[in-house]
Design a protein around this ligand. Structure first.
Ligand SMILES: NC(=O)c1ccc[n+]([C@@H]2O[C@H](COP(=O)([O-])OP(=O)(O)OC[C@H]3O[C@@H](n4cnc5c(N)ncnc54)[C@H](O)[C@@H]3O)[C@@H](O)[C@H]2O)c1
Length: 440
């Protein structure tokens, strides 16, 4: 049993804190958001994450998990402090480190005993050293501490299971004893542990996210070539994915990547590279393809109508950036909704869990309570999130409800032949047989 303090109780911090409590440690989780902490004390979660609510409740009842807004209380007995605050995109694409700085300053002011500070937030290469300097400069009296980088790789929507079954744990530090103590915390997870220096650990996180984003942009580029040549990108991806050197994951063509990580992390890596005089051409292409891909679904509509979407009513089926989450950060639906709204279309939306968050960002969207209400009298539907429940919809009923049976499937959820047999004008992404190809 170890005493752990977690700073920042968002997607990463809440999962990390709760999971370490579940492994038998005593965890104090701190956030500056008072409403968030007041709710968590009543076991009301600030985010939608499958399986997390039950885990929070169980560990609170067992007395292993506590929530607080006080750094003093959180650091009281802590041997380890995990920094899990946000690192959003800054003005020029660089990571904004103001929350990390604030956390480091507070830790320095209020730590009373030796502490291992573990950076879980995704931070630019060199931030570990920077945090160490901030702590040193802000301590009232010198108390020994070490900084370890432990980047987080969990995915929203499967975060709990990802935490307990990681592919690897990466630890970076110049203090091998501290890295070893953090490794001990992770031993129950039985995953390979890569121990390296601080900067390399920070880089592993960016390189991993950039590689995954590259796979997505790669298959999206292939999907556009498939569209012009009449091949089916879904089958292309299946055929490629069996090759062990390639693997089947992240080869789903669609409306592009979104979320709280890939967009900002690819940008931040490109920014770091540029500032240090290198030319991140591949990263630039990955971002350009992603921008293009987000608007591709609307171009398909404009093509069908031979021009503008003005005056049309369009339903967005799914708003969250991916399934099983209510996270709207950098969701492709925002780009699509803004584009349609800006060109005079009426936009309606439905999502199983993200409508509340989406409404704050896209106030012009008329939110409806179910997919059939969404379909009623619309001129077209665009699928933007691959929720499983959308696969079970009665598509004949959906078609009957629509004013014009136009279905733009931005996630390739449906089978083109089936949708065409039902009577939809169907367009998928890179599907040879969706009615767009010449079959020449
Ligand atoms: N969300 C993901 O899927 C994911 C996955 C891997 C890595 N990451 C990285 O982890 C970090 C956190 O991401 P997130 O999605 O959990 O962010 P989030 O926005 O969901 O949560 C951040 C929390 O930190 C709190 N906070 C801000 N400043 C604080 C301070 N000074 N002291 C205490 N709390 C403070 C905020 O109130 C908020 O609750 C980011 O660097 C992100 O890139 C996120």
């Amino acid at each position: 049993m170890r005493n752990i303090c977690v700073i920042g109780v968002g997607y990463v911090g809440l999962v990390t804190g709760t999971a370490f409590a579940d492994l038998g440690n005593r965890v104090r989780a701190l956030d500056i958001n008072e409403e968030r902490i007041a709710n968590l004390k009543k076991a009301i979660l600030p985010i939608y994450e499958p399986g997390l609510g039950e885990l929070v409740e169980r560990n609170m009842k067992a007395g292993r998990l506590q929530f607080t807004t006080s750094y003093q209380e959180a650091l009281e007995d802590a041997e380890f402090a995990f920094i899990c605050v946000g690192t959003p995109e800054g003005v020029d694409g660089e990571a904004d480190l103001q929350y990390v700085r604030a956390a480091a300053e507070e830790i320095a002011r209020l730590m009373k005993k030796p502490l291992i500070i573990i950076n879980k937030s995704t931070v630019p290469v060199g931030t570990g050293d920077w945090v160490a300097n901030i702590v040193r400069e802000n301590q009232k009296e010198p108390i020994p501490f070490a900084v370890v980088s432990c980047p987080e790789f969990l995915r929203e929507g499967s975060a709990v299971s990802d935490f307990f079954n990681p592919d690897r744990t990466v630890l970076g530090s110049m203090d091998l004893e501290a890295a070893d103590r953090v490794a001990q915390l992770h031993l129950p997870l039985r995953a390979p542990i890569v121990v390296t220096d601080l900067r390399t650990a920070e880089m592993i996180k960016y390189a991993s996210n950039a590689f995954l984003a590259t796979k997505i942009s790669f298959i999206n580029e292939i999907s556009n070539i498939c569209e012009t040549l009449g091949a089916d990108v879904k089958e292309v991806a299946t055929g490629m994915g069996y090759d062990k050197r390639i693997g089947p994951h992240f080869l789903e063509a669609g409306v592009g990547y979104g979320g709280s990580c890939f967009p900002k992390d690819v940008k931040a890596l490109a920014y770091m590279a540029q500032v240090h005089g290198t030319h991140p051409q591949l990263l630039q292409a990955v971002m350009d393809i992603n921008d293009y891909q987000r608007r591709h679904v609307v171009r398909k509509l404009e093509e069908i109508w031979g021009g503008s979407v003005s005056g049309k009513t369009i339903g967005l089926l799914g708003l969250a950036f991916k399934q099983n989450t209510d996270d709207m950060r950098e969701a492709p639906s925002i780009t699509v909704g803004d584009y349609l709204n800006g060109r005079g279309a009426k936009v309606r939306g439905y999502d199983p869990v993200a409508m509340k968050n989406a409404g704050k960002i896209m106030p012009y969207v008329e939110m409806v309570d179910d997919p059939y209400l969404l379909a009623k009298d619309v001129d077209a539907l665009i699928v933007l999130t691959p929720w499983n429940e959308f696969k079970q919809l009665d598509m004949r009923k959906i078609k009957e409800l629509m004013k014009e049976p136009i279905l733009i499937d931005g996630r390739n959820l449906y089978e083109p032949d089936l949708m065409q047999n039902i009577g939809f004008t169907y367009r998928g992404i890179g599907r040879g047989y969706d009615g767009t190809k010449t079959n020449g």
